[in-house]
Design a protein around this ligand. Structure first.
Ligand SMILES: C[S@@+](CC[C@H](N)C(=O)[O-])C[C@H]1O[C@@H](n2cnc3c(N)ncnc32)[C@H](O)[C@@H]1O
Length: 282
């Protein structure tokens, strides 16, 4: 199916503006879940004091803020996202943490509102695969990077490597939801080392390395897993909550049953997943 890029951009912006309050509410869970990925990304760009960094599709700026302390006090991080509500969430988070060497910008990653060769490194966790035109976004990323500047990005590995997402998805497919088209933007649409490498090569990046990073979603009980999932995944939220109460209860029970292998005797849930982290030079 051909992608209507403009329609995708409109719907994506609307969905992420709507998802922002859930992300702010579940910030602690997202932070714990993504920490190994962010650490690997920041290590890969090896930030130095005084550098200027850019985080794209930053959400609440988790990864950029981790890097901010390494470039302080003179260096800084620009935290950017297409969704104003996400950027506002990031701003509040930085204020709460007392991080001062960050600035905030609302822009889409396919048209980055910064001059040529103006940043030393770029971070983007779980962003490029959601974009209508990842090639354009990577072209823009190269444009704003100084020659030789580093990019660290994370995408999700294949859906099958991410039971935290695949098990609820299976239940929804059984309830008539459409399986996502792998050729359309989506959380798992760049889910292989080959795809990420090819995309970086064709957009002119060099010295490309891609590694898998294991993550775990940890929750005290299934209720917490379920509510967090509805809060952070707009698509799941809409697909589930539009149904009659009885069917929602059936879906919830079926997901709980699928997670049995990942549920301890005290009810705690630990579901694994796998992200890919790529580093490349401009
Ligand atoms: C899965 S969230 C990841 C947020 C954050 N990077 C993190 O890892 O916690 C995806 C984010 O990408 C942003 N996004 C999606 N497409 C974008 C685009 N074309 N330009 C800028 N941001 C985009 C969304 O608004 C959302 O905040």
């Amino acid at each position: 199916m051909t992608l209507d890029a403009e329609e995708h951009r409109r719907a994506s912006l609307e969905a992420w503006e709507a998802a922002a309050p859930g992300w702010v509410h579940r910030q602690r869970e997202i932070s714990a879940f993504g920490a190994p990925v962010s650490h690997q990304m920041v290590e890969a760009i090896d930030p130095q004091p005084g550098q200027r960094l850019l985080e794209l599709a930053a959400g609440l700026g988790e990864t950029g803020m981790l890097a901010a302390e390494l470039v302080a006090p003179v260096g800084s991080v620009i935290i950017s996202d297409q969704a104003e509500a996400m950027v506002e969430g990031a701003r509040a988070r930085a204020a709460g943490l007392g991080i001062e060497n960050v600035e905030f910008k609302v822009f889409g990653a396919e048209w980055i509102d910064l001059p040529v060769a103006s940043v030393d490194a770029v971070l983007c966790r779980w962003g490029y695969m959601l974009m209508a035109d990842p090639d354009a976004a990577l072209g823009e990323t190269r444009r704003v990077l100084r020659p030789g500047g580093r990019l660290a990005l994370a995408v999700w590995d294949a859906l099958a490597a991410n039971p935290w997402a695949s098990l609820p998805a299976e239940v929804l497919f059984e309830h008539g939801a459409q399986a996502p088209d792998p050729d359309q933007p989506g959380p798992f649409s760049l889910g292989s080392v080959e795809q990420v490498t090819q995309l970086l090569e064709q957009t002119g990046f060099t010295e490309i390395e891609v590694q898998g990073v294991d993550v775990v979603r940890r929750h005290p009980d299934f209720e917490d897993f379920w509510e967090t999932t509805l809060d952070i995944s707009r698509s799941l939220h809409d697909l589930v909550l539009q149904r009659p109460a009885e069917e929602i209860a059936q879906i919830r029970a079926a997901v709980a049953a699928r997670l049995a292998d990942y549920t301890a005797s005290d009810g705690a849930v630990e579901v694994p997943g796998r992200s890919l982290v790529a580093v490349a030079s401009a």
